[in-house]
Ligand binder design. Structure first.
Ligand SMILES: [Fe+2]
Length: 230
């Protein structure tokens, strides 16, 4: 059985695994609250702030005012929790500690980054983030630890995952499983999704609030997702 590297706090890891084992025993919580990344701003914050600049058009010489939208905030005070999702049948405890779960077996590369925060936008340091997913062909590795790995967030609550876009398998839309736990906190079990998937509409587990924000990258895709814990 593979164990984590020596850099990990063994005491905490044991606690974590005990918790994960309990979850594996059959927690199949239904989606609860709205939350995740597609969060609507409170009325008091509705609408992005703007910056206006005026310059002469090089074509007409007429003054033209341009408006630049402010960056969308990564977290909003009193934000909703990331929804809980079913664990599914393929979780395995004792995944290796690593940020790269991608094997050289093909697929579209995905670099998923983000933060773990509280509902008051406080970054959660040393949060456990444990990912598992199907490979690009839609198969889970249930004999070893392919496409499985856990890590701990840094001082700013950040994580990074190097993987591939998971393949489809019967009965589900495209997704990535994950467990997230603040030190000493409750375990959030959830799943992440991709916008524009044909099967999203017919997958009863899918939640739009759990969609990864995906952009193109030179060698694949970049994705971001913020986990909001209580
Ligand atoms: Fe799955």
């Amino acid at each position: 059985m593979t164990h984590m590297s020596g850099a990990t706090d063994p005491t905490r890891r044991n606690v974590v695994l005990a918790g994960l084992g309990a979850i594996a025993a059959g927690v199949l919580a239904a989606c609860g609250r709205v939350g995740g990344n597609d969060r609507a701003a409170p009325a008091s914050q509705a609408g992005p702030s703007t910056t206006a600049a005026t310059a002469s058009s090089p074509l007409t010489g007429v003054a033209v005012t341009t408006t630049t939208l402010a960056a969308t905030p990564d977290c909003i005070e009193d934000d909703d929790l990331t929804p809980t999702q079913t664990e599914g049948p393929y979780f395995k405890a004792n995944s290796p500690e690593r940020t790269n779960i991608r094997a050289d077996v093909g697929g579209t590369k995905l670099r998923l980054t983000g933060t773990v925060v509280t509902t008051s936008c406080t970054p959660v340091t040393r949060a456990l983030v444990d990912f598992w997913q199907a490979d690009a062909a839609g198969n889970y590795d249930n004999s070893t630890f392919g496409f499985r790995g856990h890590q701990f967030t840094d001082a700013q609550g950040r994580y990074v995952l190097e993987t591939v876009i998971p393949g489809l398998y019967p009965g589900r839309t495209r997704h990535i499983h994950v467990k997230v736990q603040a030190p000493g906190g409750r375990i959030l079990t959830t799943q992440l999704y991709f916008a524009g998937e044909a099967r999203n509409a017919s997958d009863g587990i899918y939640r739009q609030e759990c969609e990864i924000a995906v952009t193109a990258a030179a060698d694949g895709k970049n994705g971001t997702f913020t986990f909001v814990l209580s």
